[in-house]
Design a protein around this ligand. Sequence first.
Ligand code: AMP
Length: 135
Amino acid sequence: MASIFTKIIQGKIPCESIVETDSEIAFLDINPCSHGHTLCIPKREVARLEDLPPEDAAALMGFMQRVAAAVSRAFDGTDYNLMLNNGVNAGQEVPHIHFHVIPRKPGSSRPFKSREPYGEGEMAAVGERIRACLD
Ligand code: AMP
């Protein structure tokens, strides 16, 4: 599905590009969580991770590794989060898969603050439920 990221890929709207290959592009997020917040996207128009062909997903992972290493080096070897908001309920606003590389400073807010502990026997049941859905 075409989105604002399609226009970025096509060069129809500007971005602060970091690096581009035949199949991926990385550019700075226009509304960053921290300076250096970078988006890594495949050029294929796909909204969700599971819709990306496995070979594209593998290539994207290698691309992200390269970009994330550069972001870290550029900010004194900083730590970072690598995040995917996969779907509206996960906070995805742009329906074109993109991983966020977010540099973190000491003391910056931690992700995964909200937890939902399992009750007795629930963990095994949830594990079984997910295993039954594997292809
Ligand atoms: P998400 O909520 O995971 O879909 O994230 C979408 C991200 O895209 C947000 O962090 C936005 O700030 C960013 N964004 C939206 N439009 C642009 C743009 N034209 N250039 C750079 N980043 C953008």
